[in-house]
Design a binder for this molecule. Structure first.
Ligand SMILES: Cc1ncc(COP(=O)(O)OP(=O)(O)O)c(N)n1
Ligand SMILES: Cc1nc(C(=O)O)sc1CCOP(=O)(O)O
Ligand SMILES: [Mg+2]
Length: 218
C-alpha cells in the first residue's frame, strides 16, 4: 500500500493560534488573520478550550490551513490531530512521548518535540521526531517555562549540534526575529507578538520579511 509522503515543515515564521493570548477572539478568527498574513505553519495550541469545542476548532482550523496551503500542527493532542486530519503534532515533556506519538500518527504526519539542548535533539531524532522546538530563546510571559533562557548564543549552539531542524520559541517577535533567523534556525515560533498586534495579518507579513532578511546566507 502506498503511504502518502510526510509533509515538509516550511521554513520561516511558525505561528501559534493560541487560546491563552487574546482569549476573547475565537480561534478560527485568529487562524484566518494569521493565514491572511501568509502564515505557512500554524500550531493550534488549546490550553483552556473544552474538549468538544477543541475538536470543532481543530477541524475548522485544519480546513482553513489546508485551503491556504499551510501546514497545521496540533499542540499536545494526538487524538485531535488524527480526528481533524492535521499535518501533525507538537509534544513536550507533559504530553505523550514522541515515540508513542509517532506510533499513533504513522509515517505520514509530522511530529515536533520540545527540547532544551543538543542531547534532547539527538534523542528526539531517535524517537522519530521531524523537528525540535527549542526555547525559551528570550523571556516570555505567555508561559512559565521550567528552563533557563537560552539567548541567541545558546540557541545557535543547539542549532549547530542538532541533527533535526530547530524552531526557536519564547519571546520571539518583530524586534528580534531577524537575529533569531541568523542563528540558522529553520523556524521561529511566535505567539504574543503576532496575536497582540493591532493588525495580525500585517504583523505576520512583517515577521516573514524580517526572518528572510536575517536568514543565514539570506
Ligand atoms: C514550536 C514549539 N516549541 C515548543 C513548544 C512548547 O511545547 P510544550 O513544551 O509541550 O509546552 P506547551 O506548548 O504544551 O505548553 C511549542 N508549543 N511549540
Ligand atoms: C509555549 C511556549 N513554550 C516555550 C518553551 O520555551 O518551551 S516558550 C512558549 C511561549 C512563547 O510565547 P511568546 O511567543 O508569546 O513568547
Ligand atoms: Mg505540550
Amino acid at each position: 500500500m502506498n503511504v502518502p509522503p510526510r509533509p515538509l515543515l516550511p521554513p520561516g515564521p511558525y505561528l501559534l493560534c493560541d487560546d491563552t493570548v487574546l482569549p476573547d477572539m475565537p480561534l478560527v478568527a485568529k487562524a484566518e488573520r494569521l493565514l491572511a498574513g501568509g502564515a505557512r505553519v500554524v500550531q493550534l495550541r488549546m490550553k483552556r478550550t473544552p474538549i468538544r469545542e477543541a475538536l470543532e476548532a481543530a477541524r475548522a482550523v485544519v480546513a482553513l490551513c489546508r485551503s491556504a496551503g499551510a501546514v497545521c500542527l496540533l499542540n499536545d493532542r494526538v487524538d485531535l490531530a488524527l480526528l481533524s486530519d492535521a499535518h501533525g503534532v507538537h509534544v513536550g515533556d507533559e504530553d505523550l512521548p514522541a515515540r508513542d506519538a509517532r506510533v499513533l500518527l504513522g509515517p505520514g504526519r509530522l511530529v515536533g518535540v520540545t527540547v532544551r539542548d543538543e542531547l534532547g535533539a539527538r534523542e528526539a531524532l531517535e524517537a522519530g521526531a521531524d523537528y525540535v522546538g527549542v526555547g525559551p530563546v528570550f523571556g516570555t510571559t505567555t508561559k512559565a517555562v521550567p528552563a533557563p533562557v537560552l539567548g541567541l548564543e545558546g540557541l545557535a549552539r543547539v542549532v549547530r549540534g542538532s541533527p533535526l531542524p530547530v524552531v526557536g520559541i519564547g519571546g520571539v517577535g518583530l524586534s528580534n526575529v531577524a537575529s533569531v533567523a541568523a542563528t540558522g534556525v529553520h523556524g521561529a515560533a511566535v505567539v504574543s507578538d503576532a496575536l497582540l498586534a493591532q493588525d495580525i495579518a500585517e504583523r505576520v507579513r512583517l515577521l516573514a520579511g524580517a526572518f528572510e532578511r536575517g536568514r543565514v546566507g539570506g
